[in-house]
Design a protein around this ligand. Sequence first.
Ligand SMILES: NC(=O)c1ccc[n+]([C@@H]2O[C@H](COP(=O)([O-])OP(=O)(O)OC[C@H]3O[C@@H](n4cnc5c(N)ncnc54)[C@H](O)[C@@H]3O)[C@@H](O)[C@H]2O)c1
Length: 336
Amino acid sequence: MDQARVVVISRAGRASVPDGVLDGLAVRFVQRQEAPDPGTAVVLLRDADVLACTNICLPVLDEVLLQRLPRLRHVVLYATGYEHIDLAVLDRHGVTLSVLPAYATPAVAEHALAMLLSLAARVHLAHDRSRGTVHADTSLRGVELGGRTLGILGTGRIGTRLARLATGIEMHVLGHDVDPMAVARAGRDGIEMVSKDTLLERSDAVALCASNQRGAGPVLDMAAVMALRAGVLVVNIGRPALVDTAAMMVALRAGWVRGYGVDEVVLGSHSPSADLDLLRQGRVLQTGHSAWWRDEVLERGAAMFGAAIVAAAQGCPVDVVRECSRGQDALIGVGT
Ligand SMILES: NC(=O)c1ccc[n+]([C@@H]2O[C@H](COP(=O)([O-])OP(=O)(O)OC[C@H]3O[C@@H](n4cnc5c(N)ncnc54)[C@H](O)[C@@H]3O)[C@@H](O)[C@H]2O)c1
């Protein structure tokens, strides 16, 4: 049998994997700053059995492209979330998708707690006031988190880790998840699992740690935002689409939500936004998808990326995701 041919597309090129890990494989590294367009992708990948790629460099894996890449069997994605990829299309073309499920878990859970603490203690606003970028009269009055209740929506890897951290600062933790297995696991970890309505009603702070399901609406839609407790703090370390941002801005402006932290740029990224004052006042804290950007995560990610490429090249891909009948995607635990 022919040796599998691997194409790695990333900004870091060879540095995307530790030295020596791919020795013995037929690998071509392509260093790019952005995703190839369909024509370029065909040229780069027509001989590839395995595409290994970072999100930024991932071509759109649609029907048209995959028809032109009949040799392709595996995609290894350097990312945890994959809702932007149509698994049904991959399936029709016999292509598997592997992701890196746990490489950033500790960092992202810590980031969620950091955002919560910042919103509660107004750390970011105090910093801005010391620099004179907000008015000297701006109130820095905050709240304590100890003794309060944190509701975690999505008790997977990051959510359960955040639960342990929050318990360490004496918060009481509630959890909610749509997956019965995640509910059972979190229950065994000592998290009090409740319905979404109960969580929204009882939580002084809410953390969104849910995966974003392809085609699903926001977890915190307008009705859910209105069902939050008055004065609540909300942090979102998942995709911005988990929250109805417009509804959140209305709730912030009304004072119903005290602060919203999101690990993306939701205000001011494209055009001047009507809600930039909320950013200036520190009521929105946005961190631009930086939660995972840590020394340890980069090291762990490179090692896991390398191992996943080797496994795919050997025809035994690990951490493969598939579409399940109940509409939720699932990680098939091969080698996890
Ligand atoms: N900000 C970052 O740098 C960064 C880094 C890694 C991951 N992430 C995001 O974090 C998400 C979670 O990561 P994880 O490793 O914990 O994933 P995970 O799959 O272990 O956990 C996600 C959980 O969310 C649950 N869920 C999905 N939809 C839900 C809903 N509507 N209500 C309640 N629960 C729901 C799932 O059932 C699952 O248990 C990823 O999907 C990704 O979007 C962000």
